[in-house]
Design a protein around this ligand. Structure first.
Ligand code: MN
Length: 258
């Protein structure tokens, strides 16, 4: 089967896919960030790449190089910037990087670009990058539509019930950093990178409704996870992952039908 990875295509094949096939180019954006003891630092960008790859299969698209680094990890959403390995970009850098990549892809002839995000903190900066790229491309006379999606933004209530089955006081999505969802999806998508023997069962933090700077590391549980991934299974991971793959695919089909 022909490759869907931009880096594995020759320049003229890429050109043909953009010009003749009007292929959707999918850009995964993630983060390099701690996810506790049991998950790898690449969890976010690996999952964004996985989603991009599966969606590309469904829509005959191309997966561009992932933008692995993301916006600064925040204490109440990603466990904060202080642990070794959490390697973040300044907001200005991320906006400029994503803008430049999108403009290049559009300049070469893509008319349909999708940015698939996996890291909550990226959100507003990706909005800004997409907005600016859209303006830059319009000024160059390029007609390009950009779709941006946090792949895990919505989960069906019935799926959440299954994910949290048997758990008293489910932590909720706000504390899902290194918790059941990410652990389960990684068990399904990248099983060799998960070490369940190191998954902790600490109490979830009770954050106040504000942030402080400089950050207070004592707010974050020892492992760096904001809830426990201990009860995650591959089956839960399959359920979640397939739901998200469908959502991403449906979004691309809805916005990029001709
Ligand atoms: Mn993250």
């Amino acid at each position: 089967m022909r490759s869907r990875m931009m880096s594995e295509l020759s320049w003229d094949t890429y050109q043909r896919r953009l010009h003749d096939d009007d292929a959707i180019v999918i850009v995964p954006v993630g983060a390099v960030e701690q996810h506790g003891y049991h998950l790898p630092l690449g969890t976010d960008w690996l999952m964004a790449s996985y989603m991009a790859g599966r969606a590309a299969e469904n829509v005959d698209g191309i997966v561009a190089e992932p933008i692995a680094y993301g916006a600064r990890s925040q204490v109440r959403t990603g466990g904060g910037p202080h642990r070794c390995g959490t390697t973040s970009l300044n907001a200005e850098t991320l906006i400029a990087l994503v803008h430049d990549v999108l403009v290049e892809i559009g300049r070469h002839g893509a008319r349909k670009i999708a940015v698939i995000d996996s890291h909550f903190e990226n959100r507003s900066f990706l909005d800004e990058a997409c907005h600016r790229a859209s303006e830059t491309l319009a000024a160059k006379g390029k007609e390009v539509r950009i779709l941006k999606m946090l792949y895990a933004e919505r989960i069906k209530p019935e799926t959440m019930k299954l994910v949290y089955a048997g758990i008293q006081d489910p932590p909720g999505l706000d504390l899902e950093h290194g918790g059941i969802l990410e652990t389960a999806m990684m068990l399904y998508c990248y099983p060799d990178l998960v070490d369940m023997s190191r998954a902790m069962d600490e109490p979830a933090p009770d954050f106040p409704p504000y942030d402080v700077f400089p950050i207070d590391p004592s707010w974050v549980p020892e492992s760096g996870c904001l809830s426990s991934g201990k009860t995650a299974t591959r089956e839960i991971g399959k359920l979640l992952t397939e739901e998200f793959v469908t959502q991403v695919t449906n979004a691309l089909r809805a916005e990029f039908r001709d």
